[in-house]
Every structure is written in C-alpha cells, then in structure tokens.
Design a protein around this ligand. Structure first.
Ligand SMILES: Nc1nc2c(c(=O)[nH]1)N[C@H]1C(S)=C(S)[C@@H](COP(=O)(O)OP(=O)(O)OC[C@H]3O[C@@H](n4cnc5c(N)ncnc54)[C@H](O)[C@@H]3O)O[C@H]1N2
Ligand code: MOO
Length: 408
C-alpha cells in the first residue's frame, strides 16, 4: 500500500470518536457520593444549605463587641471580664455588653458579638482578659454562606469529582450525585500463540495486551467488564463475540492482534466481511487499525504488537472513551520539551516515540528503539514524543510536542 493511501491519524481519531462517543450515548446514573471519586458530574449540584451554616470564629481568641474595644491599643489595653468558654461544637451562646467569651476556631459566634480578637493580641486571661487591639466589626468572623451561598450552583455539570469536590459534597451532606455512566469495555486478545503457561522457547507467549488494555480502560475511567482470549479461529472468534455481546452489558469491544497482512488474521477475516473497516493509518507504531460494529456494538481493532496496541489505544481509544464519559479533558496534556538527543521524523508517518519527560528540566529523552516489540522499554517510559511526518531532522535541544502519560 502506498503511503498516499494511508488514513491520517486525525481522520481515524474522528472515526473512532464518532463510533464510541456519540453525544449522550451512554446515559447517566445516580451514585453514592462516597463511591464517586473520579466520576464526571452529569448534572450540576446545587448547595442545599449555606457553608458555613452559621457564623463562626476563624481564630482561637475572644468573642467581643467591637464597640467595647474602640479605644484599645498596645499602650492602652482594655480589660474585660471573661464570662465563659465556647469550644468548637458549643451551642450558640450570648455575649453581654462589656464582657468577652473565650472562643475556639469553628465555634459559633455568640449573639451580641461582632468580632473575634485572636489570643495573641491579649494576655490570654481566663477571668479577666486584657485586650491590646481594637478590632473592626466582622474581624475573624466567618459568616454563614460566605463560602457557599444557599441555592448556589456548587459544582457544574462536567466537573470531575476529586478530593476537594468530594470534600465539599460531604460538608454539604450531598449523599448522591448524577454522573455519566462509565463505558463498559470487553477486551479480547487474539492469537494461537497465546498461552497461560508458555514453555520458554516453545513459540507460545503470555497475553500482555489483555492486561495492558484492561488497565488502560480502567485508568481512563471505563470498566473492563471481561478479558478474553481466542485462538486464530474465525468461527470460534465470532461465536465468542456473539455470546459475550448477548449479555447486553458491553458498550465497546477492544480487540488486539489479527489485523495486518498475514495468513491468519482472525479479526480482519472475521469482522471484515461483516462490515468492520480495516485501514492503514499513517502512524508508527500502530499502522493497521480497524473500527466498526458487530451485533450493533462498537468494535475497535488494535494491532497485536503490545507497544502498537497501547499506543493506538492512547491515540484513538482513550480520547473517545473520555469523551463518552463527559470528561472535560479527553486528551493527554501536551507539553513542549527539549530533546536530549537527535531524532529524525519518519517520511509520511506520524511517529509516537516512547520517552522520559524531565518536567523540571523541560527535557525529553527517547526511551528505547522505535520498533513495536519493545514493551519492556515502554514500561520504563512516562511520555510519548509526537513527531509529525516529514519533518526536518531534529537536533539535541530542539523543542518537540510531548504527551504526558502521567496526567490527564
Ligand atoms: N507483511 C506485513 N506484515 C506486517 C505488517 C504489514 O503491513 N505487512 N504490519 C506490521 C505491523 S506495523 C504490525 S503493528 C503488526 C500487527 O499485526 P497484527 O495486528 O496482525 O498482530 P499479530 O500478528 O496477531 O501479532 C503481532 C505481534 O504481537 C504479538 N501479540 C499479539 N497479541 C498479543 C498479546 N495479546 N500479548 C502479547 N503479544 C501479542 C504477536 O505474538 C506478534 O509478535 O503486523 C506487522 N506485520
Ligand atoms: O504499526 Mo506496527 O504498530 O508499527 O508495529
């Protein structure tokens, strides 16, 4: 196949996204907030009550009336009798004019008080306190609703629920949230060489793709519902897919292997005649690709070399899954970094080279050879250098686009 007939990466990304993530395809579900970490809100959360819900002290000190202390200074302190203590959790108290109440951070500001004097501006007295500063009314008072107003849209639809978001939901007593449903993915490895217990040197190998693709799906926020393996046997492959999809619990099938030009291409031979499209994409690794539907369910067919399978997943599947999830950041963040060694882009193909990114130095080092058989090297990498096709040879120090695989 001439390079002119290769499909561009961007075009295949559009195909896979249209297949996997048509808007609203997956629907929403209500989940317990304490099980919602990492989920994406499908509906906004409106604050059911204000935060804080009562005026409270921002400091350990004394609740006072500012007017009683108008003349207080370091040279002319004002002495007030201490009428009692208000620890955090205390019931709402009352401050009589001309007195102070010892108050702790978070305790309700008593009726009659309008300011807090921090203990450092006093002598710390427990019977009588000497106060050396004149507070403005409102000083160190956290007023009700000053953080979150009642009825305020607290978290917008599309928010990813992380620690701060889950914290505020807990503070507000929001026990359930409406989130986008997680895409359920069936991961299917193919190849008669795969074995649970291969004899070293026997020609058989363990299934790496099932493990890496299932992990990648979960990592993106999806659910790897089942992991299967099937030999290079077209009727067995089709029968397995049919029986698995009959459960009705799969949103996407991800296959690996059996898509190139050999004599035993189980995926291509099985799904090609049934409407799944097999193409070559102008990319290295990950040139042979397939996408379409089987039994009405989207199927994305990745190449078998493990580096190709994982790189293709990153380029085509992960962004589509994240879009299906309603995620606000479907793509990995791309940073510019300086090469630590020379690299020459490929003619006519976009190349994604495994690499190590030094975020402090702003540099990136290619990690391992470009071939798609080096999964061990991939395991030591944390980034992909994205080289457009047909570029000039790059020298050490030249800036390149880098996908940061540790965030997103
Ligand atoms: N004549 C040609 N040969 C090949 C071409 C081509 O265009 N013409 N393309 C090459 C490229 S590029 C790739 S990528 C691979 C893709 O091949 P397949 O998707 O058909 O994958 P397989 O042949 O089944 O396997 C390739 C390789 O990966 C190993 N493998 C497969 N599945 C797993 C797994 N689950 N875990 C671990 N390793 C796996 C398999 O044993 C092979 O070594 O084709 C090139 N050939
Ligand atoms: O396209 Mo294949 O993925 O290079 O080895």
């Amino acid at each position: 196949m001439s390079t002119a007939s290769l499909r561009s990466v961007a075009e295949h990304q559009r195909h896979v996204t249209a297949l996997v993530a048509p808007a609203g395809a997956l629907g929403t579900e209500q989940v317990a907030t304490d099980r919602a970490r990492g989920r994406v809100l499908a509906s906004a959360v409106v604050a059911p009550e204000p935060l804080p819900s009562f005026d409270n002290s921002a400091m350990d000190g004394y609740a006072v009336r500012a007017a009683d202390l108008a003349s207080a200074s370091a040279e002319h302190p004002v002495r007030l009798p201490v009428a009692g203590d208000l620890p955090a959790g205390a019931a709402l108290g009352r401050l009589e004019p001309g007195t102070a109440l010892r108050i702790m951070t978070g305790a309700p500001v008593p009726h009659g008080a309008d300011a807090i004097v921090e203990v450092e501006a006093t002598d710390g007295g427990t019977e009588i306190v000497e106060i050396r500063a004149a507070p403005e009314p409102g000083r160190f008072v956290r007023t009700a609703g000053s953080d979150v107003g009642p009825g305020q849209e607290m978290l917008a639809a599309g928010t990813v629920l992380g620690p701060a978001q889950l914290g505020v939901l807990a503070a507000l007593g929001v026990a359930e949230v409406v989130v986008h449903r997680r895409p359920r993915v069936l991961v299917c490895s193919t190849g008669s060489e795969l074995s649970e217990n291969p004899e070293p040197g026997s020609g058989t190998i363990r299934d790496a793709n099932g493990a890496l693709l299932a992990a990648a799906v979960e990592d993106a926020g999806g659910v790897a519902v089942r992991r299967l393996w099937v030999a290079d046997d077209v009727p067995a492959f089709l029968a397995l897919l049919e029986s698995e999809l009959a459960h009705g619990d799969v949103d996407l099938v991800l296959t690996s292997g059996g898509v190139s030009a050999g004599a035993y291409e189980v995926v291509k031979d099985g799904l090609g005649p049934r409407g799944v499209e097999f193409v070559k994409v102008a990319m290295q690794p990950g040139m042979p690709q397939g996408s379409g539907r089987f039994a009405g369910v989207p199927v994305v067919c990745l190449p078998g070399n493990p580096v190709s399978a994982l790189t293709s997943y990153e380029v085509f599947v992960r962004p589509a899954l994240r879009r299906a999830l309603g995620h606000p950041r479907p793509s990995r963040p791309v940073v510019r970094a300086a090469l630590t060694e020379a690299l020459t882009p490929l003619p006519s193909k976009r190349q994604l080279r495994r690499a190590r990114l030094d975020r402090d130095a702003g540099t990136v080092t290619p990690w391992g050879p470009p071939g798609s058989g080096f999964l061990g090297w991939f395991a030591g990498a944390d980034a992909l250098i994205d080289l457009p096709p047909d570029g000039h040879p790059l020298r050490r120090g030249d800036l390149v686009d880098v996908w940061d695989l540790t965030t997103g």
